[in-house]
Ligand binder design. Structure first.
Ligand code: CMC
Length: 375
């Protein structure tokens, strides 16, 4: 095989080891582990804050450490008047991913990280605390002209977010499902948005710039935006029969089925799928929407066994059953993945070398410059 044939084979850097990391294993034995803990154990036995702590400091917290960590996150929920003014200026028809990205960029200006990054851990906690408030404040202001406060007895990000979004006490099951979803989305090795964050951090840029860049990468439907796109797919069918017909047609037309396939996991499947599917079934198993989802999954299993559902497919219906608007699905992904991004930013900074790969040149041979009047 020639060098250029070999390079064509790694389109999208598939299979390329682009750096080393101690944070996560993805796809080894088809598993997913954060600092050695399996995603199954974390999703079933931990709350999201324990996982965020693990990602930030490399070890699970002791009881008192978790208590203190959660208190710090809660103390970081408030928005400054300047940030509120920025959010009020963003109209309601804007995609909420742009809102979230703008808010993080604005934080970089209003609450800048120190140049020596000595406050990076405080900034990570600030991001964990403030991101749910950003989305909920903007939601109520842009839709109803109402300014919410940030007081709450809910001590977790999952409970606080649901309470402030819906302005009512969330059901216990919704909070548990949200914890599970936040844990599943928290970290995933060198995915596109995390790699973006590391590239940005490798230039010695600030943490808010790196997170804002990562949000831009997460937004696309091939990555985080897939949960929103999967919802649109599922909702477009009003019966199981229609779904089977519609998905068959899409496969014939070689269209992408959103929420299926994964660069790393392949046929073995995404280990996060069964964990979030369990919640989706628990919250809405008797609905048409769930039945349509399962029919699509079964058809894909039969027709494209190499493309099992990924974490986004049943996250979509789980969020829907919690009463969350579809275009808030990917912003929830941010509230979670910010923990993984920041773990990688810290790791990159601890042993930094600017990430600057090379490309294989495919352009014209060297040629003479032609004066503009003679072209
Ligand atoms: N539906 C239909 N066909 C597919 C799909 C799909 N979801 N995914 C891959 N294929 C086909 C693809 O068209 C290609 O066919 P061919 O060989 O005939 O050209 C073949 O399968 C190999 O796919 P690929 O494009 O080389 O795979 P990739 O590793 O480059 O892409 C992916 C991975 C996740 C971007 C892709 O599977 C996809 O676009 N899936 C739908 C979007 C999605 O659900 N993204 C979420 C990813 S996981 C969680 C996250 O990051 O948020």
């Amino acid at each position: 095989m020639s060098l250029s044939e070999a390079k064509k084979k790694v389109g999208g850097l598939a299979g390329v080891i682009a750096g080393s990391s101690a944070i996560c294993t993805c796809g080894l034995g088809n598993g997913l582990n954060y600092y050695g803990y399996s995603i199954q154990d974390l999703a079933k036995m931990a709350e999201f804050e324990e996982v965020a702590y693990l990602l930030q400091f490399g070890e699970l917290p002791k009881e008192n450490e978790l208590k203190e960590y959660k208190e710090k996150i809660c103390a970081n929920r408030n928005l400054s008047e300047n940030l509120k003014a920025v959010l009020r200026a963003i109209p309601k028809n804007v995609h909420p991913m742009n809102l979230m990205q703008s808010a993080v960029a604005a934080l970089g200006a209003l609450e800048a990280e120190k140049e020596d990054f000595s406050d990076q851990d405080e900034k990570i906690i600030r991001l964990l605390g403030i991101l749910p408030s950003v989305l909920c404040y903007w939601h109520h202001y842009s839709n109803f002209g109402k300014e919410i406060d940030f007081n709450s007895d809910e001590k977790t990000i999952a409970g606080y977010f649901l309470e402030k979004l819906q302005l009512s006490k969330p059901k216990e099951d919704f909070i548990k499902a949200m914890h599970c979803s936040l844990i599943l989305y928290a970290e995933h090795e060198f995915n596109a948005s995390t790699f973006t964050a590391r590239v940005c951090a490798s230039t010695r840029s600030d943490i808010f710039s790196a997170v804002a860049a990562a949000i831009g990468a997460l937004r696309g439907p091939l990555h985080g935006g897939a949960n929103e796109a999967a919802m649109h797919l599922i909702e477009s069918f009003s019966s199981v029969e229609e779904a089977i017909k519609g998905v068959n047609k899409k496969l014939e037309n070689k269209e992408l089925l959103m929420g299926f396939g994964h660069r790393v996991y392949g046929v073995g499947g995404d280990p996060r799928n069964e964990l979030i599917k369990e919640w989706s079934k628990k919250l809405g198993g008797d609905t048409l929407l769930y039945k349509v989802s399962e029919a699509i999954e079964n058809l894909m299993k039969e027709k494209r066994p190499s493309l099992p559902p990924n974490a986004d497919f049943y996250s979509a219906s789980a969020y829907h059953f919690m009463g969350i608007k579809t275009d808030y699905f990917t912003p929830i992904f941010i509230m979670s993945r910010v923990s993984g991004w920041c773990a990688h930013i810290k790791e990159q900074r601890a042993n930094n070398k600017i990430i600057r790969p090379s490309s294989e040149y495919t352009g014209p041979e060297p040629r003479n410059f032609v004066n503009i009047k003679e072209r």
